[in-house]
Design a protein. Structure first.
Ligand SMILES: *Cc1c(COP(=O)(O)O)cnc(C)c1O
Length: 364
């Protein structure tokens, strides 16, 4: 239905919102969708088994509210990451967890620092929660320099690996940030960390040592469960308690019964998880070398996407030409990155389709 927008009854807050624009989710068949960093592999078959089992054997339980704190899932995560259950928080996707982080830790009086090129939801949350976000420019090579963050703040938020660059920051640099800001919450958004080459890239192991470090992760990328909406945060129990209180002041049952059962099954299937992550890493290496052959320069990615710059031609026009061939990649019309395309690592077939489409488009 067409309607004429009337904001007369809206709150001032609603009128001033500046919402995040998610990557498009076109529904056509036969589209090669490499624009929103979803995993090319299906989730562990154990996930469907667990959800089906709830539906078949315990359907009557859907009339009851789910476990409010998702204790079974949090316990399983604690075990895998060698933490205590009170160091684990879960929410309806890490986007929700991040919203609760902004509401819980980032004060109005002191700013929050974030890289100028990063996940574009951070400035949106800052607006929504009335937080002053100060953007710290990435270095010329797009890396994050911890010494650039030496200024008063109530928090720092960094995606690691960063998006859309894919570049990984070292644990030493992260620990330096955390140590230099004892009175700020340092949030490391590890949405893509499971695609790093080394297994020890995650900052989760530093939590016991630093009470101001909060690490967020998600089931959406490395666990192929973007459609289930499960994300988590790991940190000192006092930080987790703040998130829990904020959650219970907003939505006390963020994870439904099916999501809890599916996520739990995914966490338990360690072998499948490790195997699919390894496959994505191998596919990334192949994709990078194919793109290099076509003259693209590709930033060193440790994620399930790459950020690539064509040797010649205009990135925006290339994205459009790919779209006409049914291949969707992400283009950001923003300063410093308008020469780049962000391309999700797909299956062997998807990546080949991308490369073939590029061959029709760019002059080698
Ligand atoms: C995908 C992504 C998220 C959000 O993941 P959900 O759990 O699906 O909400 C958070 N941070 C970054 C950097 C992401 O790329």
């Amino acid at each position: 239905m067409e309607f004429k927008l009337d904001t007369r009854l809206w709150s001032t807050k609603a009128r001033n919102l500046n919402p995040y624009v998610p990557g498009e989710q076109p529904q056509h068949e036969n589209l090669c969708k490499l624009n929103t960093n979803e995993n090319p592999f299906p989730p562990s078959p154990k996930v469907a088994e667990a959800i089906t089992s709830v539906l078949i054997n315990q359907a009557h339980q859907l009339r009851l509210y789910p476990a409010p704190e998702s204790n079974d899932l949090r316990q399983a995560l604690a075990q895998v990451y060698n933490l205590d259950i009170n160091q684990v928080f879960v929410g309806n996707g890490s986007d929700e967890v991040l919203a609760l982080v902004f509401a819980s830790f980032f004060l109005k009086e002191r700013p929050v620092l974030a890289p100028d090129i990063s996940y574009s939801f951070y400035p949106v949350y800052a607006d929504t929660f009335g937080v002053n976000l100060v953007k710290i420019p990435l270095s010329a090579d797009f890396s994050i320099e911890s010494s650039d963050y030496r200024q008063p703040c109530s928090g720092i938020i960094i995606a690691n690996p960063n998006a859309p660059t894919g570049i990984l920051m070292s644990l030493e640099a992260i620990e330096k940030l955390v140590t230099e800001h004892p009175n700020a919450v340092v949030v490391i958004d590890e949405a893509y960390i499971d695609f790093a080459d080394q297994e020890s890239a995650s900052a989760v192991g530093l939590i016991d040592k630093h009470d101001n470090l909060l690490v967020t992760q998600t089931f959406s990328k490395s666990r192929s469960l973007a459609g289930l909406r499960v994300g988590m945060a790991f940190g000192n129990p006092s930080l987790i308690e703040a998130l829990t209180r904020m959650k219970n002041s907003f939505n006390s049952y963020p994870l439904d019964r099916l999501a809890q059962a599916g996520a739990l099954a995914s966490v338990k299937d360690v072998e499948y998880f490790e195997q699919t992550c390894r496959q994505v890493i191998e596919l990334r290496q192949q994709l990078v070398s194919d793109l290099n052959e076509l003259g693209f320069s590709v930033l060193p990615s440790q994620a399930n996407f790459i950020f690539a710059r064509p040797q010649q031609g205009n990135a925006s026009e290339i994205a459009q030409a790919l779209r006409e061939q049914g291949v969707i990649v992400r283009y950001f019309d923003k300063p410093r990155i308008k020469e780049y395309l962000r391309i999700t690592v797909g299956t062997t077939e998807q990546n080949q389709r991308l490369i073939e489409a590029l061959k029709q488009t760019v002059e080698v």
